[in-house]
Design a protein around this ligand. Structure first.
Ligand code: SAH
Ligand code: SF4
Ligand code: F3S
Length: 464
Protein backbone atom coordinates (compact mmCIF):
# COMPACT_ATOMS: atom_id res chain seq x y z
CA UNK A 1 0.00 0.00 0.00
CA UNK A 2 1.20 3.47 -0.82
CA UNK A 3 0.75 6.70 1.01
CA UNK A 4 0.44 9.33 -1.67
CA UNK A 5 -1.72 12.36 -2.05
CA UNK A 6 -4.56 12.59 -4.49
CA UNK A 7 -6.61 15.71 -4.96
CA UNK A 8 -10.01 14.46 -6.01
CA UNK A 9 -12.96 16.54 -6.86
CA UNK A 10 -15.98 14.30 -6.57
CA UNK A 11 -18.96 13.97 -8.83
CA UNK A 12 -22.39 14.50 -7.31
CA UNK A 13 -25.95 15.30 -8.33
CA UNK A 14 -26.84 18.69 -6.88
CA UNK A 15 -30.25 19.99 -5.91
CA UNK A 16 -28.80 23.30 -4.65
CA UNK A 17 -25.26 23.90 -5.79
CA UNK A 18 -22.55 24.03 -3.22
CA UNK A 19 -19.11 22.74 -3.93
CA UNK A 20 -16.85 20.18 -2.32
CA UNK A 21 -13.15 19.45 -2.61
CA UNK A 22 -11.62 16.36 -1.00
CA UNK A 23 -7.88 15.91 -0.53
CA UNK A 24 -6.89 12.30 0.12
CA UNK A 25 -3.73 10.85 1.63
CA UNK A 26 -2.89 7.29 2.56
CA UNK A 27 -4.07 3.92 1.39
CA UNK A 28 -6.72 2.92 -1.16
CA UNK A 29 -9.23 2.58 1.66
CA UNK A 30 -9.02 6.32 2.10
CA UNK A 31 -9.61 6.76 -1.64
CA UNK A 32 -12.75 4.62 -1.30
CA UNK A 33 -13.82 6.59 1.79
CA UNK A 34 -13.35 9.93 0.02
CA UNK A 35 -15.67 8.83 -2.78
CA UNK A 36 -18.24 7.69 -0.20
CA UNK A 37 -18.05 11.03 1.67
CA UNK A 38 -18.86 12.78 -1.62
CA UNK A 39 -21.81 10.37 -2.11
CA UNK A 40 -23.09 11.19 1.38
CA UNK A 41 -22.88 14.94 0.75
CA UNK A 42 -24.39 14.88 -2.76
CA UNK A 43 -28.03 14.95 -1.51
CA UNK A 44 -27.15 18.15 0.39
CA UNK A 45 -26.26 19.79 -2.91
CA UNK A 46 -22.47 19.41 -2.85
CA UNK A 47 -21.02 19.14 -6.36
CA UNK A 48 -17.37 19.04 -7.47
CA UNK A 49 -15.19 22.11 -6.99
CA UNK A 50 -12.25 22.74 -9.31
CA UNK A 51 -10.00 23.15 -6.26
CA UNK A 52 -10.02 24.34 -2.65
CA UNK A 53 -10.14 28.00 -3.83
CA UNK A 54 -13.65 27.46 -5.21
CA UNK A 55 -14.98 25.08 -2.56
CA UNK A 56 -17.67 25.73 0.04
CA UNK A 57 -16.41 22.67 1.87
CA UNK A 58 -12.95 21.12 1.97
CA UNK A 59 -12.34 17.70 3.50
CA UNK A 60 -8.84 16.47 4.30
CA UNK A 61 -8.94 12.68 4.42
CA UNK A 62 -5.80 11.89 6.35
CA UNK A 63 -3.28 9.11 7.03
CA UNK A 64 -1.44 8.46 10.32
CA UNK A 65 0.75 5.55 9.26
CA UNK A 66 4.08 7.40 9.43
CA UNK A 67 5.04 10.68 11.04
CA UNK A 68 5.56 12.37 7.66
CA UNK A 69 2.06 11.44 6.49
CA UNK A 70 0.53 13.02 9.60
CA UNK A 71 2.65 16.19 9.41
CA UNK A 72 1.49 16.87 5.83
CA UNK A 73 -1.99 17.46 7.22
CA UNK A 74 -0.85 20.32 9.41
CA UNK A 75 1.04 22.02 6.58
CA UNK A 76 -2.01 21.74 4.31
CA UNK A 77 -4.17 23.15 7.11
CA UNK A 78 -1.84 26.16 7.30
CA UNK A 79 -2.53 26.90 3.62
CA UNK A 80 -6.28 26.39 3.96
CA UNK A 81 -6.45 28.70 6.95
CA UNK A 82 -5.47 31.63 4.71
CA UNK A 83 -8.10 30.70 2.11
CA UNK A 84 -10.75 30.43 4.79
CA UNK A 85 -9.80 33.82 6.26
CA UNK A 86 -9.95 35.47 2.82
CA UNK A 87 -13.36 33.91 2.21
CA UNK A 88 -14.69 35.15 5.54
CA UNK A 89 -13.26 38.62 4.98
CA UNK A 90 -15.28 38.69 1.74
CA UNK A 91 -18.46 37.71 3.65
CA UNK A 92 -18.41 34.05 2.52
CA UNK A 93 -17.90 30.78 4.33
CA UNK A 94 -15.77 27.66 3.95
CA UNK A 95 -16.47 24.53 5.99
CA UNK A 96 -13.21 22.77 6.79
CA UNK A 97 -13.30 19.12 7.87
CA UNK A 98 -10.50 16.77 8.86
CA UNK A 99 -11.39 13.10 8.40
CA UNK A 100 -9.52 9.80 8.38
CA UNK A 101 -6.84 8.30 10.57
CA UNK A 102 -5.13 11.48 11.86
CA UNK A 103 -8.55 12.75 12.90
CA UNK A 104 -9.19 9.50 14.75
CA UNK A 105 -5.79 9.46 16.48
CA UNK A 106 -5.30 13.16 17.15
CA UNK A 107 -8.74 14.77 17.07
CA UNK A 108 -8.14 16.94 20.12
CA UNK A 109 -4.66 17.94 18.99
CA UNK A 110 -5.99 19.04 15.60
CA UNK A 111 -8.44 21.38 17.29
CA UNK A 112 -5.71 22.71 19.59
CA UNK A 113 -3.24 23.32 16.74
CA UNK A 114 -5.84 24.37 14.15
CA UNK A 115 -8.85 25.91 15.93
CA UNK A 116 -10.24 27.16 12.60
CA UNK A 117 -11.20 23.55 11.67
CA UNK A 118 -15.00 23.12 11.78
CA UNK A 119 -15.41 19.33 11.81
CA UNK A 120 -13.22 16.43 12.94
CA UNK A 121 -14.51 12.97 12.09
CA UNK A 122 -13.05 9.48 12.21
CA UNK A 123 -13.14 6.81 9.49
CA UNK A 124 -16.15 5.09 11.06
CA UNK A 125 -18.49 8.09 11.32
CA UNK A 126 -18.60 9.67 7.88
CA UNK A 127 -22.16 8.49 7.27
CA UNK A 128 -23.01 11.14 9.89
CA UNK A 129 -21.52 13.97 7.78
CA UNK A 130 -24.86 15.63 6.93
CA UNK A 131 -25.67 15.90 10.63
CA UNK A 132 -22.13 17.11 11.43
CA UNK A 133 -22.32 19.77 8.71
CA UNK A 134 -25.65 20.97 10.09
CA UNK A 135 -24.28 21.04 13.64
CA UNK A 136 -21.14 22.88 12.52
CA UNK A 137 -23.24 25.61 10.88
CA UNK A 138 -25.15 26.11 14.15
CA UNK A 139 -22.28 25.68 16.61
CA UNK A 140 -19.85 28.37 17.66
CA UNK A 141 -16.91 25.97 17.98
CA UNK A 142 -15.82 22.83 16.19
CA UNK A 143 -17.77 19.59 16.04
CA UNK A 144 -15.91 16.34 16.71
CA UNK A 145 -17.07 12.76 16.10
CA UNK A 146 -14.49 10.03 16.49
CA UNK A 147 -16.78 7.31 17.86
CA UNK A 148 -16.65 3.69 16.87
CA UNK A 149 -20.45 3.56 16.52
CA UNK A 150 -22.53 0.43 16.95
CA UNK A 151 -24.23 1.03 13.59
CA UNK A 152 -22.21 0.22 10.46
CA UNK A 153 -21.59 3.14 8.14
CA UNK A 154 -21.89 0.73 5.19
CA UNK A 155 -25.58 0.16 5.94
CA UNK A 156 -26.23 3.90 5.87
CA UNK A 157 -24.32 5.02 2.77
CA UNK A 158 -26.24 5.94 -0.37
CA UNK A 159 -25.81 3.64 -3.38
CA UNK A 160 -23.55 4.81 -6.21
CA UNK A 161 -25.51 6.01 -9.24
CA UNK A 162 -22.85 7.91 -11.21
CA UNK A 163 -20.61 6.29 -13.86
CA UNK A 164 -17.75 4.47 -12.11
CA UNK A 165 -14.04 4.22 -12.92
CA UNK A 166 -12.84 1.22 -14.97
CA UNK A 167 -10.82 0.16 -11.91
CA UNK A 168 -13.03 0.43 -8.83
CA UNK A 169 -12.25 0.00 -5.13
CA UNK A 170 -14.65 -1.86 -2.88
CA UNK A 171 -14.03 -1.99 0.88
CA UNK A 172 -15.10 -5.38 2.25
CA UNK A 173 -13.37 -5.41 5.61
CA UNK A 174 -12.11 -2.77 8.01
CA UNK A 175 -9.93 -2.58 11.05
CA UNK A 176 -7.32 -5.04 12.24
CA UNK A 177 -6.83 -7.32 15.22
CA UNK A 178 -3.21 -8.23 14.47
CA UNK A 179 -1.50 -5.47 16.45
CA UNK A 180 1.87 -5.44 14.74
CA UNK A 181 4.25 -3.65 17.12
CA UNK A 182 4.80 -0.64 14.84
CA UNK A 183 1.34 -0.04 13.44
CA UNK A 184 -1.39 2.50 14.26
CA UNK A 185 -4.13 0.89 12.17
CA UNK A 186 -5.73 -1.19 14.97
CA UNK A 187 -6.11 2.07 16.93
CA UNK A 188 -7.26 4.35 14.11
CA UNK A 189 -9.56 1.92 12.30
CA UNK A 190 -10.61 -0.18 15.26
CA UNK A 191 -11.35 -3.89 15.53
CA UNK A 192 -11.58 -6.12 12.48
CA UNK A 193 -15.04 -6.27 10.97
CA UNK A 194 -16.30 -7.85 7.74
CA UNK A 195 -19.22 -6.72 5.59
CA UNK A 196 -21.78 -9.40 4.70
CA UNK A 197 -21.27 -11.11 1.32
CA UNK A 198 -24.68 -10.05 -0.04
CA UNK A 199 -23.90 -6.33 0.46
CA UNK A 200 -20.51 -6.73 -1.23
CA UNK A 201 -21.94 -8.67 -4.17
CA UNK A 202 -24.71 -6.07 -4.62
CA UNK A 203 -22.15 -3.24 -4.58
CA UNK A 204 -19.88 -5.03 -7.09
CA UNK A 205 -22.85 -5.70 -9.35
CA UNK A 206 -23.77 -1.99 -9.29
CA UNK A 207 -20.17 -0.95 -9.95
CA UNK A 208 -19.98 -3.29 -12.95
CA UNK A 209 -23.31 -1.99 -14.27
CA UNK A 210 -21.89 1.55 -14.00
CA UNK A 211 -18.69 0.73 -15.91
CA UNK A 212 -16.22 -0.89 -13.53
CA UNK A 213 -14.35 -3.84 -15.11
CA UNK A 214 -11.68 -4.46 -12.47
CA UNK A 215 -12.87 -4.69 -8.86
CA UNK A 216 -10.22 -4.27 -6.16
CA UNK A 217 -11.41 -5.59 -2.83
CA UNK A 218 -10.00 -3.59 0.04
CA UNK A 219 -9.36 -4.18 3.70
CA UNK A 220 -6.65 -3.36 6.21
CA UNK A 221 -6.34 -7.10 6.57
CA UNK A 222 -8.45 -8.17 3.64
CA UNK A 223 -7.70 -11.89 3.62
CA UNK A 224 -9.01 -12.12 7.18
CA UNK A 225 -12.45 -11.32 5.68
CA UNK A 226 -15.07 -13.82 6.80
CA UNK A 227 -18.60 -12.67 6.26
CA UNK A 228 -22.10 -13.95 6.40
CA UNK A 229 -22.98 -15.58 3.08
CA UNK A 230 -26.39 -15.23 1.38
CA UNK A 231 -26.95 -18.88 2.41
CA UNK A 232 -26.46 -18.06 6.09
CA UNK A 233 -23.09 -19.86 6.26
CA UNK A 234 -19.85 -18.04 7.04
CA UNK A 235 -17.93 -17.45 3.82
CA UNK A 236 -14.20 -16.96 3.45
CA UNK A 237 -12.49 -14.70 0.92
CA UNK A 238 -12.02 -17.52 -1.61
CA UNK A 239 -15.74 -18.19 -1.65
CA UNK A 240 -16.51 -14.49 -2.07
CA UNK A 241 -14.03 -14.23 -4.97
CA UNK A 242 -15.76 -17.15 -6.74
CA UNK A 243 -19.13 -15.38 -6.38
CA UNK A 244 -17.76 -12.05 -7.63
CA UNK A 245 -16.01 -13.65 -10.61
CA UNK A 246 -19.44 -14.82 -11.83
CA UNK A 247 -20.92 -11.30 -12.00
CA UNK A 248 -21.59 -9.91 -15.48
CA UNK A 249 -19.07 -7.24 -16.47
CA UNK A 250 -16.46 -8.13 -13.85
CA UNK A 251 -13.37 -9.00 -15.90
CA UNK A 252 -10.75 -8.74 -13.20
CA UNK A 253 -10.48 -9.13 -9.44
CA UNK A 254 -7.76 -8.22 -6.95
CA UNK A 255 -7.63 -7.94 -3.18
CA UNK A 256 -5.35 -5.93 -0.94
CA UNK A 257 -3.77 -5.85 1.70
CA UNK A 258 -3.20 -9.30 3.10
CA UNK A 259 -1.39 -10.77 6.07
CA UNK A 260 0.72 -13.91 5.48
CA UNK A 261 -0.92 -15.66 8.44
CA UNK A 262 -4.37 -15.27 6.89
CA UNK A 263 -3.52 -16.91 3.51
CA UNK A 264 -5.54 -20.11 3.78
CA UNK A 265 -5.59 -23.15 1.46
CA UNK A 266 -8.85 -22.08 -0.19
CA UNK A 267 -7.41 -18.69 -1.08
CA UNK A 268 -4.27 -20.25 -2.52
CA UNK A 269 -6.46 -22.57 -4.60
CA UNK A 270 -8.53 -19.57 -5.75
CA UNK A 271 -5.39 -18.25 -7.46
CA UNK A 272 -5.34 -21.48 -9.47
CA UNK A 273 -9.07 -21.75 -10.12
CA UNK A 274 -10.36 -18.22 -10.82
CA UNK A 275 -9.10 -16.80 -14.13
CA UNK A 276 -10.46 -13.33 -13.26
CA UNK A 277 -8.27 -13.22 -10.15
CA UNK A 278 -5.19 -11.40 -11.40
CA UNK A 279 -1.80 -13.12 -11.05
CA UNK A 280 -0.47 -10.45 -8.74
CA UNK A 281 -0.44 -10.44 -4.95
CA UNK A 282 0.61 -7.77 -2.46
CA UNK A 283 1.73 -9.69 0.61
CA UNK A 284 3.66 -7.54 3.11
CA UNK A 285 6.54 -9.34 4.82
CA UNK A 286 8.13 -6.33 6.64
CA UNK A 287 11.42 -8.10 7.49
CA UNK A 288 13.44 -11.19 6.65
CA UNK A 289 14.81 -11.63 10.17
CA UNK A 290 13.05 -14.06 12.48
CA UNK A 291 14.12 -12.04 15.52
CA UNK A 292 12.62 -8.84 14.11
CA UNK A 293 9.50 -10.59 12.81
CA UNK A 294 8.95 -11.84 16.38
CA UNK A 295 9.56 -8.36 17.80
CA UNK A 296 7.08 -7.01 15.25
CA UNK A 297 4.47 -9.51 16.47
CA UNK A 298 4.01 -10.74 12.89
CA UNK A 299 3.48 -14.32 14.09
CA UNK A 300 5.38 -16.00 11.26
CA UNK A 301 9.04 -16.48 10.42
CA UNK A 302 10.95 -15.84 7.20
CA UNK A 303 10.92 -19.48 6.04
CA UNK A 304 7.16 -19.74 6.56
CA UNK A 305 6.82 -16.78 4.20
CA UNK A 306 9.16 -18.43 1.64
CA UNK A 307 7.14 -21.65 1.77
CA UNK A 308 3.89 -19.74 1.41
CA UNK A 309 5.23 -18.06 -1.73
CA UNK A 310 6.27 -21.48 -3.07
CA UNK A 311 2.73 -22.77 -2.59
CA UNK A 312 1.21 -19.71 -4.24
CA UNK A 313 3.57 -20.05 -7.19
CA UNK A 314 2.74 -23.73 -7.49
CA UNK A 315 -0.94 -22.77 -7.68
CA UNK A 316 -0.38 -19.91 -10.15
CA UNK A 317 3.04 -20.17 -11.83
CA UNK A 318 2.92 -16.66 -13.34
CA UNK A 319 2.06 -15.01 -10.00
CA UNK A 320 3.97 -11.74 -9.49
CA UNK A 321 4.58 -10.58 -5.95
CA UNK A 322 4.69 -7.29 -4.23
CA UNK A 323 5.46 -6.53 -0.60
CA UNK A 324 6.17 -3.92 2.09
CA UNK A 325 9.38 -3.71 4.13
CA UNK A 326 10.24 -1.68 7.18
CA UNK A 327 13.93 -1.04 7.90
CA UNK A 328 15.20 0.05 11.31
CA UNK A 329 12.51 -1.45 13.53
CA UNK A 330 13.75 -1.12 17.15
CA UNK A 331 16.44 -3.72 17.81
CA UNK A 332 17.28 -4.34 14.12
CA UNK A 333 21.00 -5.16 13.72
CA UNK A 334 23.11 -5.33 10.54
CA UNK A 335 22.67 -9.13 10.63
CA UNK A 336 18.88 -8.72 10.79
CA UNK A 337 18.99 -6.31 7.88
CA UNK A 338 21.12 -8.76 5.85
CA UNK A 339 18.44 -11.39 6.45
CA UNK A 340 15.94 -8.96 4.91
CA UNK A 341 18.17 -8.56 1.84
CA UNK A 342 18.43 -12.35 1.55
CA UNK A 343 14.69 -12.78 1.68
CA UNK A 344 14.20 -10.17 -1.04
CA UNK A 345 16.86 -11.92 -3.17
CA UNK A 346 15.18 -15.29 -2.64
CA UNK A 347 11.68 -14.18 -3.58
CA UNK A 348 12.33 -11.67 -6.37
CA UNK A 349 9.59 -9.05 -6.07
CA UNK A 350 7.93 -7.44 -9.07
CA UNK A 351 7.16 -4.39 -6.95
CA UNK A 352 7.86 -3.42 -3.36
CA UNK A 353 7.40 -0.54 -0.98
CA UNK A 354 9.99 0.07 1.72
CA UNK A 355 9.91 2.48 4.59
CA UNK A 356 12.10 3.67 7.43
CA UNK A 357 10.56 2.71 10.74
CA UNK A 358 8.65 5.69 12.11
CA UNK A 359 7.74 5.55 15.82
CA UNK A 360 4.00 6.04 16.26
CA UNK A 361 2.58 7.29 19.54
CA UNK A 362 0.79 4.61 21.53
CA UNK A 363 2.24 1.63 19.62
CA UNK A 364 4.37 -0.93 21.52
CA UNK A 365 7.48 -0.47 19.32
CA UNK A 366 7.61 3.27 19.95
CA UNK A 367 8.54 2.76 23.60
CA UNK A 368 11.21 0.09 23.03
CA UNK A 369 14.60 1.24 24.36
CA UNK A 370 16.77 0.20 21.39
CA UNK A 371 15.80 2.61 18.61
CA UNK A 372 17.99 2.42 15.47
CA UNK A 373 19.97 5.59 14.65
CA UNK A 374 18.59 7.61 11.74
CA UNK A 375 21.77 7.27 9.65
CA UNK A 376 21.62 3.47 9.86
CA UNK A 377 17.98 3.54 8.77
CA UNK A 378 18.88 5.80 5.84
CA UNK A 379 21.71 3.58 4.67
CA UNK A 380 19.69 0.38 4.99
CA UNK A 381 16.77 1.89 3.13
CA UNK A 382 19.03 2.95 0.26
CA UNK A 383 20.63 -0.49 0.04
CA UNK A 384 17.28 -2.28 0.09
CA UNK A 385 15.69 0.10 -2.39
CA UNK A 386 18.57 -0.35 -4.85
CA UNK A 387 17.96 -4.12 -4.75
CA UNK A 388 14.18 -3.75 -5.07
CA UNK A 389 14.53 -1.30 -7.97
CA UNK A 390 16.77 -3.80 -9.76
CA UNK A 391 14.18 -6.53 -9.24
CA UNK A 392 11.39 -4.30 -10.54
CA UNK A 393 13.45 -3.36 -13.60
CA UNK A 394 14.24 -7.01 -14.27
CA UNK A 395 10.59 -7.96 -13.96
CA UNK A 396 9.48 -5.20 -16.32
CA UNK A 397 12.27 -5.95 -18.80
CA UNK A 398 11.21 -9.60 -18.92
CA UNK A 399 7.77 -8.45 -20.14
CA UNK A 400 9.19 -6.83 -23.28
CA UNK A 401 8.38 -8.94 -26.33
CA UNK A 402 5.47 -10.70 -24.60
CA UNK A 403 1.79 -10.32 -25.40
CA UNK A 404 -0.18 -9.33 -22.30
CA UNK A 405 -3.87 -8.59 -21.78
CA UNK A 406 -4.25 -4.92 -20.90
CA UNK A 407 -7.37 -3.34 -19.43
CA UNK A 408 -7.64 0.20 -20.74
CA UNK A 409 -8.57 2.70 -18.04
CA UNK A 410 -8.28 6.14 -19.66
CA UNK A 411 -6.48 8.46 -22.01
CA UNK A 412 -2.68 8.50 -22.03
CA UNK A 413 -0.47 11.45 -21.32
CA UNK A 414 0.19 12.24 -25.00
CA UNK A 415 -2.41 12.96 -27.71
CA UNK A 416 -3.66 9.77 -29.38
CA UNK A 417 -2.50 7.59 -26.49
CA UNK A 418 -4.57 5.39 -24.23
CA UNK A 419 -3.40 3.90 -20.93
CA UNK A 420 -4.23 0.83 -18.96
CA UNK A 421 -2.76 -1.82 -16.76
CA UNK A 422 -1.33 -5.26 -17.20
CA UNK A 423 -2.34 -8.26 -15.05
CA UNK A 424 0.80 -7.49 -13.00
CA UNK A 425 -0.36 -3.94 -12.20
CA UNK A 426 2.14 -2.33 -14.57
CA UNK A 427 0.90 0.85 -16.25
CA UNK A 428 0.86 0.32 -20.04
CA UNK A 429 0.50 3.03 -22.67
CA UNK A 430 0.12 2.86 -26.42
CA UNK A 431 -1.28 4.68 -29.42
CA UNK A 432 -4.88 3.63 -29.88
CA UNK A 433 -8.52 4.70 -30.02
CA UNK A 434 -10.38 5.92 -26.90
CA UNK A 435 -13.19 3.48 -27.79
CA UNK A 436 -11.05 0.72 -26.24
CA UNK A 437 -11.28 2.28 -22.74
CA UNK A 438 -13.09 -0.20 -20.50
CA UNK A 439 -12.07 -3.20 -22.60
CA UNK A 440 -9.31 -5.76 -22.21
CA UNK A 441 -7.11 -6.36 -25.25
CA UNK A 442 -4.02 -8.55 -25.76
CA UNK A 443 -1.20 -6.18 -26.72
CA UNK A 444 2.41 -6.61 -27.71
CA UNK A 445 4.78 -5.14 -25.09
CA UNK A 446 7.50 -3.29 -27.00
CA UNK A 447 9.61 -1.73 -24.26
CA UNK A 448 9.97 -1.59 -20.50
CA UNK A 449 10.55 1.67 -18.62
CA UNK A 450 11.26 1.97 -14.87
CA UNK A 451 7.58 2.36 -13.92
CA UNK A 452 5.63 1.47 -17.04
CA UNK A 453 5.51 -0.45 -20.31
CA UNK A 454 4.91 0.76 -23.84
CA UNK A 455 3.05 -1.44 -26.30
CA UNK A 456 1.38 -1.71 -29.69
CA UNK A 457 -2.13 -2.83 -30.56
CA UNK A 458 -2.71 -5.84 -32.80
CA UNK A 459 -3.81 -4.51 -36.22
CA UNK A 460 -7.39 -5.71 -35.84
CA UNK A 461 -7.93 -3.34 -32.89
CA UNK A 462 -5.98 -0.35 -34.16
CA UNK A 463 -8.91 1.16 -36.02
CA UNK A 464 -11.60 0.15 -33.48
N1 SAH B 1 -2.93 -3.50 6.50
C1 SAH B 1 -1.88 -3.11 5.74
C2 SAH B 1 -1.55 -1.69 6.05
C3 SAH B 1 -0.41 -1.35 6.70
S1 SAH B 1 0.18 0.19 6.29
C4 SAH B 1 -0.80 -4.13 5.91
O1 SAH B 1 -0.84 -4.94 6.81
O2 SAH B 1 0.05 -4.18 5.04
C5 SAH B 1 1.21 -0.14 4.90
C6 SAH B 1 2.62 -0.35 5.25
O3 SAH B 1 3.15 0.75 5.95
C7 SAH B 1 2.90 -1.53 6.15
O4 SAH B 1 2.88 -2.74 5.48
C8 SAH B 1 4.25 -1.21 6.69
O5 SAH B 1 5.26 -1.68 5.85
C9 SAH B 1 4.26 0.32 6.68
N2 SAH B 1 4.20 0.84 8.04
C10 SAH B 1 3.22 0.68 8.95
N3 SAH B 1 3.55 1.28 10.11
C11 SAH B 1 4.77 1.82 9.93
C12 SAH B 1 5.65 2.56 10.78
N4 SAH B 1 5.35 2.84 12.03
N5 SAH B 1 6.83 2.97 10.25
C13 SAH B 1 7.16 2.68 8.97
N6 SAH B 1 6.37 2.00 8.14
C14 SAH B 1 5.19 1.56 8.60
FE1 SF4 C 1 -1.05 -2.88 10.78
FE2 SF4 C 1 -0.17 -5.35 11.10
FE3 SF4 C 1 -2.79 -4.90 10.97
FE4 SF4 C 1 -1.29 -4.59 8.77
S1 SF4 C 1 -1.64 -6.52 9.87
S2 SF4 C 1 -2.85 -3.20 9.54
S3 SF4 C 1 0.63 -3.83 9.61
S4 SF4 C 1 -1.43 -4.21 12.59
FE1 F3S D 1 -3.08 5.52 6.55
FE2 F3S D 1 -5.26 4.95 7.88
FE3 F3S D 1 -4.77 3.80 5.54
S1 F3S D 1 -3.27 5.29 8.74
S2 F3S D 1 -2.57 3.70 5.49
S3 F3S D 1 -5.11 5.94 5.89
S4 F3S D 1 -5.70 2.87 7.31
Amino acid sequence: MQAGQTGTTQKAAAPRRKSLHVITWGCQMNVYDSARMADVLAPLGYAPAAGPEDADMVILNTCHIRDKAAEKVFSELGRLRLLKQEREAAGGRMVLAVAGCVAQAEGAEILARAPFVDIVLGPQTYHRLPELVARASRAAGAVIDTDFPAESKFDLLPEQTEPQEVVGFLTIQEGCDRFCSFCVVPYTRGAESSRPAAAIIAEARRMAALGTREVVLLGQNVNAWHGEGPDGATWNLARLLHALADLPGVLRLRYTTSHPRDMDDDLIAAHRDIPALMPFLHLPVQSGSDRILAAMNRRHDADTYRRLIDRLRAARPDLALSTDFIVGHPGETEADFEATLRLAEDIGFALAYSFKYSPRPGTPAASLPVQVPEEDKDRRLQTLQALLRRQQNDFNAACAGRTLPVLFTGLGRHPGQIAGRSPYLQPVHLTGPASLIGTEVPVKIEAAHPNSLSATLPWEYAAA
